[in-house]
Design a protein around this ligand. Sequence first.
Ligand code: SAM
Length: 317
Amino acid sequence: MHLLKDIYNRDFKTLRVSLLSRCNLSCVYCTMGEDDIKDANHTAPVDSVTLLQTIQQLHDLLQLETIRLTGGEPLLYHELIPVIKGIKAMGIDEIKLTTNGFLLERMAEQMKDAGMRSINVSLDAIDEDVFFLMSKRSHVQRILDGIDKAVDAGLQVKINAVIMKGVNDTQLLPLLDYAFARNITIRFLEVMAMGHLHAEPAKYLFTQEDILSTIATKYNFKKINRADSSTANYWQTEAGNKFGIIANESEPFCHDCNRLRLDSDGNIYGCLSSNHPISLKHVTDTQTLIEKLQQAMDQKQVAKFVGSELSMLHIGG
Ligand code: SAM
């Protein structure tokens, strides 16, 4: 077994797999706001057999502990259930997924039965008008129904909300209240300098400090310990409700990042910042795979998240 570690003792234990770069929402942080709902670089999604072979190759070398399926929108991937089952059959139990929740109501039980453990649902507004501003789609209730269904199916559910200054910051407290009422952990994300936002990262930045000040107008809370390799800082209110902040800009968490990303074109990335795609296509021998993984490891930043011109829609969020 090869333990690929860097000088900061970081290794790859979590693999984020982008199943496809197509989405059924058009969120302002992923797209330019035009109704394109698919990545300009979009190609046909990889088939599940090829994808599982690549995951197995990586698992053999890295002894992966967690796989997160994402995209694009992973619930649009036709072979999602076989992929979940295939990963489970490799002996990897921590199978997670990030979704916009639009198709969750119909998929939650099947996913749970196939071996999915937990999901993050992206929900950036409760108010229909603000939801439309963020995603260019209506019917936020579909997502709320999907969340209820996922909880009923026994999936662990967390909510992720990107807070953008002047766009959806009014939704912070309503989202928090919604999550607290259902005993669901919610995490607020600082907007990241990705894709078309790379050129002007400060424009929409609503910082960790801004988020905490807003929450402090309604709740008392104290900080709780951050787990190793976690993307989020967490706080707990007096009533015991938990919320987190993923503060890429204010408090980057590069120092113990253990994530490797695989996009739907078969490229890996060691970091969201300053990256370039490293193709695994036609890589069959172990030595070449190790060299490619080393290149991905070398992409990891040490202290600062600087982002990339590649959109999360393409790399996988
Ligand atoms: N379609 C799925 C979803 O909506 O959850 C998965 C992919 S989507 C790219 C995953 C998440 O990445 C988004 O919901 C958002 O939370 C995050 N994201 C994408 N671009 C971002 C940016 N520039 N800043 C902060 N978060 C971003």
